[in-house]
Write a protein that binds this ligand. Structure first.
Ligand SMILES: Cc1ncc(COP(=O)(O)O)c(C=O)c1O
Length: 386
């Protein structure tokens, strides 16, 4: 038992940085104005704060402030990008290309597109979690309305060949949407350099509050922007109506600023801790790190263990560690992860997998503790099976 358990599930969500909370607080009380109120100082102050946050967010992804649209999170941003671009496209038999390893926020939108009469190509990935970009290019049709590929996988941390995909999309004049939830604030992301047209990111994965996210929409899409999915009031230049979550947006902006300032140092610190954890766990007999040979986020380790029952492992560990078996959204379904399945990980092994994700408040002592706990628990569970 360890109370509170050591938190190693930063890919599910991150705690708010105290500096983020501090920045948000005045916007709940004294500065509570509606950013859309044009006739008094309360509104002007709120609008000013929102615009400052928009600029902070634009900086973290190399965009211009006017290209940032606030949403309630990355799920909503993905819905706007995918359904909105599908609706925007003209002609019959509209088509979308995506990857089998995308987050449900993207895959479920693609299912909806299919229900609406569209077709979707779900590209395979190899054992390393990477798509074949030639296959992606070959899948493009004259009626392809969008390519949707994530920046870094939430379960394995595998970083996708974003620039290459963007290059292929641009060559064929197909808009490219990137779900960059797990990458923004952790590794450098530059939408202009990489050639991304639409990009979703979220505050609560980068030490900001829950319930606020953003969609970057490139100026280059002017006239071909996604059809709004939430209407009424014309906020966010008509792209997403609804009174803005001013405290949340201020917190999101502050979180982006902090992430940018500390990115390099945090990258090295987390990579060192992750490697220590991973190297120790790799010494456990019958362990396999998924995506090991691929470029990966520095703070994620996705590891499967032979001859242990995954559910029991998680249950035992929950007394002292907060870890997951995959994404927070699918860990309740007790299904093997669709990501590991797509990578060809055998069902039994996929069912006994831990996703360990470290973050800003992870200490060396916590990593040492986790190494001991996981090793010990696996040994006990294996003894019981004999
Ligand atoms: C890769 C990825 N995309 C999208 C989402 C959804 O983001 P949000 O919680 O902001 O809706 C998540 C969250 O788990 C994610 O990891």
């Amino acid at each position: 038992m360890r109370n509170p358990p050591v938190y190693l599930d930063y890919n599910a969500t991150t705690p708010c940085d105290p500096k983020v909370v501090e920045a948000m607080l005045p916007f709940f009380t004294e500065q509570f104005g509606n950013a859309a109120s044009r006739t008094h100082a309360y509104g002007w102050l709120a609008e000013e704060a929102v615009e400052e946050a928009r600029a902070q967010l634009a900086r973290v992804i190399g965009a211009e402030p006017l290209e940032i649209i606030f949403t309630s999170g990355a799920t909503e941003a993905a819905n706007l990008a995918i359904k909105g671009m599908f609706e925007r496209a003209s002609g019959p038999d509209k088509h979308i290309i995506t990857l089998k390893t995308e987050h449900k926020a993207v895959l479920d939108c693609c299912r909806r597109v299919e229900e609406a009469g569209g077709t979707v190509t779900y590209l395979e990935v190899n054992a390393a979690g990477l798509p074949d970009v030639q296959e992606l290019e070959a899948a493009i049709q004259p009626n392809t309305a969008l390519i949707a590929a994530m920046y870094a996988n939430n379960e394995t941390g595998v970083i996708q060949p974003v620039k290459e995909i963007a290059g292929i999309a641009a060559k064929h004049g197909v808009p490219f949407f990137c779900d960059a939830v797990q990458a923004v604030g952790k590794i450098p992301v530059d939408v202009k350099e990489e050639g991304v047209d639409l990009l979703a990111f979220s505050a609560h994965k980068m030490y900001g509050p829950k319930g606020v996210g953003a969609l970057y929409i490139s100026r280059k899409l002017s006239g071909r922007k996604p059809v709004p999915q939430i209407e009424g009031g014309g906020h966010e230049r008509g792209q997403r109506s609804g009174t803005l979550n001013v405290p949340g947006i201020v917190g999101f902006g502050k979180a982006a600023e902090l992430a940018m300032a500390g990115m390099e140092a945090e990258f090295s610190r987390l990579k060192r801790l992750r490697d220590k954890l991973e190297n120790a766990l790799r010494r456990v007999e019958g362990s396999h790190v998924n995506g090991y040979s691929s470029p990966r986020l520095p703070h994620v380790c996705n590891i499967s263990f032979e001859a242990v029952e995954g559910e029991r492992l998680l249950l035992q560990l929950a007394k002292s560690l907060a870890v997951s078996s995959g994404s927070a959204c699918s860990s309740v379904t007790q299904q093997p992860s669709h990501v590991l399945e797509a990578m060809g990980v055998p069902h039994r092994l996929a069912m006994s997998t831990l996703r360990l994700s470290l973050g800003r408040f992870t200490t060396e002592e916590e990593v040492d503790f986790a190494i001991g706990e996981i090793g010990k628990t696996i040994e006990i569970l294996r003894q019981v099976r004999k």
